[in-house]
Write a protein of this length. Structure first.
Length: 258
């Protein structure tokens, strides 16, 4: 299984910075076909030349200006919706950590001896997802490139957690080495970017731009939900809220807050 991860940040209506770390899980055997389909969709909207050169960026497709347009149909929003529907049609699962807590909001993993909660929660849920799928599956994590220093911090914390902690070693479905990729060269990262942006914008701008809820509902329908409660009695879900009013159980049906 190929796991592609991306990050997004924005201030909400109260001026609170919200960070989001999201992941999309794609079967390795399906990846090339998905890449081809994404190109054809981009070609449909932007033409062949632009489709070859244009990187899919959630913050560009979901600009506030696009939600305010009344005169014409937004091509960017139409493309984003059709792309999300394509991902949903393939029954791909998504995961995310939505971070309100100031300690973790930058998603930096500054201490190599401690994996930050947004990453550990994501890893836990993806491990449980693979266990449910069965068949001795393993997952390779690929993160968006954020520069040498941040990559080194995240990579070291990721590797140390899986190698040196009892909990990490129990995640035998996760390959111990993380990878990093330039988003321009990775359709998987670009899809993770779009999904990450949708989730982040839902938690930051939905009062001003309620249209984002349409896109969030598509993404939320792809959220992994465990088949049964874990040993602690909680039913794990793919989208985890950190800080704010976060709770592991009793979350409302809309919004995704735990």
């Amino acid at each position: 299984m190929l796991i592609f991860c991306d990050e997004s940040w924005k201030e909400n209506e109260d001026g609170k910075k919200v960070g989001t770390l999201a992941a999309i899980a794609i079967e390795q055997s399906d990846y090339n076909d998905i890449c081809d389909r994404v190109f054809l969709l981009a070609q449909k909207y932007w033409g062949a030349d632009n489709a070859r050169l244009r990187e899919i960026k959630g913050k560009q497709l979901l600009q506030a200006y696009e939600f305010r347009r009344k005169d014409v149909v937004s091509m960017k929003l139409a493309f984003a919706r059709e792309l999300l529907e394509e991902v949903r049609r393939r029954q791909i699962k998504i995961f995310a950590s939505v971070v309100f807590d100031d300690r973790d909001v930058e998603l930096l993993c500054e201490s190599p001896d401690r994996i930050d909660r947004p990453y550990s929660y994501l890893m836990e849920r993806i491990h449980e997802y693979l266990i449910e799928l069965g068949g001795d599956r393993t997952a390779i994590f690929t993160f968006d490139d954020r520069g040498l220093q941040v990559n080194a911090n995240v990579g070291e914390a990721y590797r140390n957690f899986l190698n040196r902690s009892r909990t990490g070693r129990s995640y035998n479905t996760l390959i111990r080495t993380p990878f990093f990729a330039y988003s321009h060269h990775s359709v998987g990262i670009q899809l993770a970017d779009l999904i990450c942006t949708v989730i982040n914008r839902f938690y930051t701008i939905r009062k001003r731009h309620p249209q984002i809820q349409l896109y969030y509902h598509i993404v939320q329908s792809m959220e992994w939900i465990a088949n049964q409660p874990n040993e602690a009695g909680y039913t794990l879900r793919g989208i985890k809220i950190i800080g704010g009013q976060a709770r592991e159980r009793g979350r409302p049906p809309i919004g995704g807050e735990d």
